[in-house]
Design a protein around this ligand. Structure first.
Ligand SMILES: [Cu+2]
Length: 68
C-alpha cells in the first residue's frame, strides 16, 4: 500500500474535490482519495494495479494535472 500527496492547482471548489474523489476513487487498486479545496492537496492511498503513473495520467485526462 502506497500513500502519495499531490498538489493539484486546478482545484477551485467543492465540485472539483468531488470530481477528483469520484474519478480517482473508481480506479482499480485505489483505496482512498482525499482532496482539499483550500490547500489543493490530494492524498491518495493505493496498491497494484494502480500506479502513480496511471493516477497522474487520469488526473491530467480529467483536467486536474498534478503540479510539476
Ligand atoms: Cu471546482
Amino acid at each position: 500500500m502506497t500513500t502519495v500527496t499531490y498538489m493539484i492547482p486546478n482545484i477551485s471548489c467543492g465540485h472539483c474535490v468531488h470530481t477528483i474523489q469520484t474519478e480517482i476513487g473508481e480506479m482499480a487498486g485505489v483505496k482512498s482519495v482525499k482532496a482539499d479545496m483550500v490547500s489543493r492537496e490530494t492524498v491518495i492511498t493505493f496498491e497494484p494495479p494502480a500506479t502513480e503513473e496511471k493516477i497522474k495520467a487520469l488526473l491530467a485526462e480529467i483536467n486536474y494535472p498534478v503540479a510539476a
